[in-house]
Write a protein that binds this ligand. Structure first.
Ligand code: MN
Length: 271
């Protein structure tokens, strides 16, 4: 039932995101389990911070991303639990909820500094250690507003009404420092690409008329990413996108594009 909200918000015939139907058992106590951060360019750029707990990924949207500076507290909005297999997801959500580009920005394991994660969540003070590619060492999530209302569909009684705010803070240790890690290490740990690379593996033309964000900085960012993705795809396939036949025909017909098309197909399947 924990994934009720997740499923309600999405149409899996239109989104490549995992449906979350696979049951999963998570380690208990102070054992290491999966964590990831997905950089998500949607209506706004944000970083989705996800910790595996009790068969799902507890999730927080961090607008500015994690900071390695212990004096910097990053706002983390609690959002709906996600399926465990979402943790490997990277790709393009063409339309609907979360429409945009998802990059797997970091992943690894997290270890609670307590035996009772549920109690720590209830209390609003969860201390843990991360062992990712980019994020390491000791961290804390501290709640600044109510919790009960935001976990699980039955208790939420709506979509996102009960969102609670937390702060994600780095503790001072060997892995802290005055480094803007989002800027210093902006690329995917899965494909090693940026947003344009990820979009170019899909169909960069999907947002020609209706972009996930039109105006402001996010609109400009989308525009430049789309332009670069089209150029990347064109360079890879050696065809002009303006003259290219529809996607399916192109993938079947063009010999030089077969490798890229195969990669694309396998990625789509995995996602
Ligand atoms: Mn998101």
């Amino acid at each position: 039932m924990a994934l009720e909200d997740y499923k309600k918000k999405r149409d899996f015939t239109k989104s490549p995101e995992p449906s979350g139907d696979q049951a999963h058992r998570s380690p208990a106590g102070k054992q290491a389990r999966f964590f990831c951060v997905q950089k998500h360019l949607a209506s706004h750029l944000h970083y989705d911070f996800r910790l595996e707990h009790d068969g799902v990924l507890l999730s927080w949207a961090v607008p500015k991303g994690p900071s390695l500076d212990p004096t910097v507290k990053r706002l983390a909005m609690h959002v709906e639990d996600h399926p465990i297999d979402y943790g490997e997801f990277e790709g393009v959500i063409p339309s609907g909820y979360g429409a945009g580009i998802v990059m797997l920005w970091d992943k690894g394991t997290w270890t609670p500094e307590t035996d009772d994660v549920e109690a720590a969540l209830k209390k609003g003070d969860l201390k843990f250690t991360l062992d990712g590619y980019k994020l390491k060492g000791s961290w804390v999530l501290v709640r600044t507003r109510g919790w009960q209302s935001s976990r699980g569909g039955s208790r939420a009684g709506g979509d996102g009404e009960g969102k609670t705010s937390w702060l994600l803070i780095k503790h001072k240790d060997d892995w802290s420092g005055p480094v803007d890690i989002a800027e210093f290490a902006p690329l995917s740990v899965k494909s090693e690409g940026d947003f344009a690379d990820i979009l170019s593996q899909d169909n960069p033309d999907i947002w020609r008329s209706n972009r996930p964000a039109e105006g402001g900085d996010t609109g400009k960012l989308f525009q430049s990413i789309i332009t670069r993705a089209l150029a990347l795809k064109e360079a890879r396939e050696g065809t002009s996108h303006a003259a290219a036949p529809p996607k399916k025909a192109a993938a079947k017909k063009t010999a030089p594009a077969s490798k890229a098309a195969a990669t694309k197909r396998s990625r789509t399947k995995r996602a």
